[in-house]
Design a protein around this ligand. Sequence first.
Ligand SMILES: Nc1ncnc2c1ncn2[C@@H]1O[C@H](COP(=O)(O)OP(=O)(O)OP(=O)(O)O)[C@@H](O)[C@H]1O
Ligand SMILES: [Mg+2]
Length: 342
Amino acid sequence: MAGKGIAATRAAAPAALPAPHPSIGVEAGTQFVETPQVRAIAQRALGYLRAGYPVHFSGPAGTGKTTLALHVAALRGRPVALMHGDDEFGSSDLVGGDFGYKKSRVVDNFIHSVVKTEENMSTLWADNRLTVACRNGDTLVYDEFTRSRAEANNALLSVLEERILSIPKRRPHGDGFIEVHPEFRAILTSNPEEYAGVHRTQDALNDRLITIQVDHFDRETEVRITETKSGIPLGEAELIVDIVRELRTLGLTKQGPSLRACIMIARVTVQEKAHARAGDSVFGDVCRDVLGSLSAKVVRDGNGTRTTVDDVVARNSKRLRAESKSRPAPVVGRGVAEEATP
Ligand SMILES: Nc1ncnc2c1ncn2[C@@H]1O[C@H](COP(=O)(O)OP(=O)(O)OP(=O)(O)O)[C@@H](O)[C@H]1O
Ligand SMILES: [Mg+2]
């Protein structure tokens, strides 16, 4: 969880209801970056949750949806139940099922010439995460929920609308349904439907969610996340982010490289004691490798000019160098560095 900038700690399950999938408590980690843009999205989502609606972060890979979902869940201050969508999921993976047998045998030999045996076999029901979350009033984070087939997610429909979890298979052990705790809320994330391995969501579920479209963060946020997650100097983080953002606009692939690519390039550069600048061979190699298939491609702009990844690295490096030279040098006064006024 540290990779998400969120620290996870186990929250004790209520003594009366030992949960097979205990919730986790999440809190902001030191590497979580909160810029005005991140704060604005999180506050919007919190408002919807406060009003009782489930929130859905939808967007391309690497735009920070899972991190945002965990952050918003942490802000609610309730235990968090985390689930990841899976093509193999059936409804029992969400709500629970009969996962074992209990067999008991009584041998009565009180009268030594008579042996009486009695055998009993019953199935053992185990709740799964959705059931535990609905009962305890947790915040359910259902990451990549469209990786599960639509029918596996059917149990969510009545949970989100009528606030009842229907569990007909559980009837021998209980009522066949449970009332959803008033504090229960759901945060879902997904990639767009055209992504490989993603199922179409049933319209009824989409209709119950408030979907926040998450796109790539603004430059400031991407720079600060790259800097924080790698420890690279600010100027070098800016260069990496500018390279990735320019490649995105060139439209070499449908979504372009994500924030993940920025973090990868920055981390490797720092680890290899290299520097993000044109002419640094380690940096050049890592840019070409991380930006993968893009590096082999060239594009031609409207004037028929060729552009490669190396060109983008060199151009941005030169521009940032020129910008930093034209910036006024900081003036140091009374032990405090102050920006010189032009
Ligand atoms: N606010 C933030 N603070 C710190 N790191 C962040 C923040 N937002 C995103 N990141 C980092 O950016 C990377 C991508 O974020 P994340 O995994 O949340 O994206 P995603 O949209 O869920 O991607 P996918 O669709 O592939 O699952 C991760 O390494 C994550 O730690
Ligand atoms: Mg994710």
